[in-house]
Write a protein that binds this ligand. Structure first.
Ligand code: BES
Ligand code: MN
Ligand code: ZN
Length: 495
């Protein structure tokens, strides 16, 4: 269930809601909304600040139940941390914590005054958008594969009003569209690989296309790809009974002749490593190896929902990487769609092998204005950047700057790694034009170097989302990254 969002300007002490949210800085400095609630309740908040019950620590929450003097049934006091260092990232953090705290309470509606809090360098619309997306993120539940429970559960939050004027309306509209894209991505990526197969992803893309007359979908199966010469992609898929697909979505929101922007997303529905089998511990996380596909599809959904005036294509190469008597093997030499031959030295470096053919296909078929791929490509990127930043690699400084800026704007951040030619020699092979692995050092970069061999002449950037696409652990869910980053980048292009 998606959260309903709206804007409002009623005073916090008179608003009729199950809960109002107000912010308090460290050392007991009240925001104006908190001060209004405080004076209407005869100093209730200040007394709890003095007693130490309310600390103002960033992300802390304190619930006041049915205080006399105000109309709302509850007040959730949200700690903002120190006012001096309050910034965009902190605003997002407290918005998420506030939404999490609300999720644990039996309430259906709330009015948040956190959006009144000044964030240096950011507009009202920005605050509303971030707060709405944070709320939707926290309210997300994965339910697809649990047996239906009885209906006696507590009420759930389904509507939030943000304190803001009409000038923030476009922020709210964008949030609705982006939230839909994020949910699309998370739902797809969270599904187990026995359900979310290449054919399943193709069906979801087709179903989405049917809902809009500006969107069309074309799916190539392994026979069609075989005729076209997708030798690299098909080799990876050969070990699985779940046959490969190439999923192509087109959105025509721009002028007839405008070159499209193009996204390509890695859609490995399960990465066992193949013959170069991965160790057992943690292998289950490799169901998220289609996170790039989910991300670009989610960004596509967001772009369509925003009605952006541009042309966009989204290409998803999807396979399952499994060990089998018919699997491809280390030392195989493959002929890619581009004609370049590839020596397979490790069947676990499969993502680049499906992306290279998809990148070639996208460049040849659509002549895109800009080409961006997103992929859970390397463990090395997780070592380098952890889970907070996606790796960004591009030879185009202007494009890299655009993507970094979109990441900062949405706090779906990326960090650039070099893509200098110095690294290319690590891919030398004695048996083919290029090897599929580059040795121990700089694994995220050499993976991008491999892709760069197939994007000659393209204005191209690569996002390695191996660390950012999902939260690790038993209950770790897909994050929906980099939907917000890519959607913002498109928004900036659409002007
Ligand atoms: N899907 C993995 C990358 C990955 C690993 C993502 C861990 C997230 C967490 C990719 O296909 C892979 O296996 N890469 C290898 C490449 C190596 C064989 C050169 C890796 O990173 O170990
Ligand atoms: Mn792999
Ligand atoms: Zn993989």
């Amino acid at each position: 269930m998606t959260l309903q969002f709206s804007l409002g300007t009623a005073a916090p002490e008179t608003v009729d809601a199950a809960c109002v949210l107000v912010g308090v800085y460290e050392h007991g400095m009240l925001t104006s909304a908190a001060a209004r609630v405080d004076s209407a309740t005869d100093g209730l908040i200040k007394r709890q600040v003095e007693s130490g019950d309310i600390s103002g620590k960033a992300g802390s929450t304190t619930l006041l139940f049915a205080p006399t003097g105000i109309t709302a049934k509850r007040v959730l006091v949200v700690g903002l941390g120190s006012q001096k260092s309050f910034d965009a990232a902190r605003f997002q953090k407290v918005s998420i914590e506030a939404a999490r705290a609300m999720g644990k309470l039996p309430l259906t509606d709330a009015v948040s005054y956190l959006t009144e809090v000044e964030v240096p360098g950011r507009s009202n619309a920005w605050r509303v958008r971030v707060a709405a997306l944070a709320s939707d993120h926290a309210a997300y539940r994965y339910t697809a594969t649990f047996k239906p429970r009885d209906k006696s559960k507590q009420p759930e939050l389904n509507a939030i009003t943000f304190a803001a004027g009409d000038d923030a309306q476009h922020g709210l509209d964008q949030a609705r569209a982006i939230a839909e894209g994020v949910r699309f991505a998370r739902d797809l990526a969270n599904l187990p690989p026995n359900i979310c197969t290449p054919a399943y992803i193709a069906e979801q893309a087709q179903a989405f296309a049917e809902g809009s007359d500006k969107v069309s979908c074309n799916v190539l199966d392994e026979v069609e790809m075989g005729k076209l010469g997708f030798g690299s992609l098909l080799a990876v898929g050969r070990g699985s009974v779940n046959k490969p697909r190439l999923i192509v979505l087109e959105y025509k929101g721009g002028k007839e002749g405008d070159k499209p922007y193009a996204f390509v997303g890695k859609g490995v529905t399960f990465d066992s490593g193949g013959i170069s089998l991965k160790p057992g511990a943690g292998m289950e996380e490799m169901k998220f190896d289609m996170g790039g596909a989910a991300g670009v599809l989610g960004a596509f959904v967001a772009a369509v929902k925003m009605g952006l005036k541009l042309n966009l294509v989204c290409v998803v190469p999807s396979v399952e990487n499994m060990p089998d008597g018919d699997s491809y093997r280390p030392s195989d030499v493959l002929t890619s769609l581009s004609g370049l031959t590839i020596e397979v030295l490790n069947t676990d470096a499969e993502g680049r092998l499906i992306l290279c053919d998809a990148l070639t296909y996208t460049a040849q078929t659509f002549h895109p204005h800009t080409l961006i791929d997103a992929a859970t490509l390397t463990g090395a990127c997780v070592i380098a950047l952890g889970k907070h930043a996606s790796g960004l690699m591009s030879k185009h400084d202007d494009l890299a700057a655009e993507l970094l800026a979109a990441g900062e704007e949405t706090l779906d951040r990326a960090w650039r790694l070099p893509l200098w030619d110095d690294y290319q020699a690590q891919l030398d092979s004695g048996f083919a034009d290029v090897a599929n692995i580059g040795g121990k050092s700089a694994g995220a970069i050499t993976a991008a170097c491999f892709l760069s061999r197939f994007t000659d002449g393209q204005r191209w950037a690569h996002l390695d989302i191996a660390g950012t696409a999902w939260d690790e652990g038993r209950k770790g869910l897909a994050t929906g990254r980099p939907v917000a980053l890519l959607a913002q980048w498109l928004l900036d292009r659409a002007g």
